[in-house]
Ligand binder design. Structure first.
Ligand code: ADP
Length: 195
């Protein structure tokens, strides 16, 4: 059979085999890379996002291949800013970083992590009460999340007093939150909420 192939046919045959092999190597490389990729989710309400959150995001970037800022939607919770608004703000923050994405989810954080193939969950610790609360949740998530690891970041001293709760209270009282939220968010808040 081989004897019958003309030089041109042999060239085509080699070329196709090479292309197929190349494709297989490519698929395998992509598959292994995706399997090895270190993906972390950073869940929260971000109501609104503060410079404390931003600091955490920036500190996670060098450690993971992908960081997904994940806005959890809890039907029991009352938010000050709509999901659309929070998503818009976070998208603007994420656009500055190649490896950062924004997504939303309902239900258990562990299920969302699994869906996103994330093996790590990011949380921030500002004080002892954060630790007490987060410790149990992280232990539970590790069990029900089949090994999902929570990575804690201790708040920088200059940010440990900042929380979305405090920022919301100041906004409701029409106080100045310019030193707690990123500039782009402050401008929006000022123009939309301080009328
Ligand atoms: P949640 O309602 O899930 O606590 P938040 O948006 O309030 O959502 O917070 C998301 C995460 O960001 C939490 O782990 C929180 O501890 C952390 N965080 C919030 N503010 C700060 C800050 N100033 N410094 C460090 N971590 C922070």
């Amino acid at each position: 059979m081989k004897e019958c192939l003309s030089n041109k046919d042999k060239e085509i045959h080699c070329c196709t085999t090479y292309q197929i092999m190349n494709k297989i190597v490519h698929i395998l490389a992509k598959y292994s890379y995706e399997k090895l990729m270190k993906i972390a989710i950073f869940p929260g309400s971000f109501d609104p996002i503060t410079i404390g959150h931003i600091d955490l995001i920036e500190r996670t970037i060098p450690l993971f291949d992908k960081v997904i800022i994940s806005i959890g939607q809890n039907s029991q919770k009352k938010y000050l800013f709509t999901l659309k608004q929070r998503q818009k703000w976070l998208n603007k923050i994420a656009a500055k970083h190649k490896t950062v994405e924004v997504d939303t989810y309902k239900g258990l954080t562990v299920n969302f992590a699994k869906k996103k193939k994330a093996k790590y969950l990011i949380r921030g610790l500002r004080n002892a009460s954060d630790f007490d609360y987060e410790k149990t949740i992280s232990q539970l998530n590790n069990i029900i999340g089949e090994g999902l690891e929570t990575i804690f970041f201790i708040a920088q001293p200059g940010y440990s007093h900042i929380s979305s709760t405090i920022v919301r209270e100041i906004i409701k009282g029409k106080g100045d939150v310019s030193s707690f939220v990123p500039d782009l968010i402050y401008k929006d808040i000022k123009s939309k909420y301080y009328k």
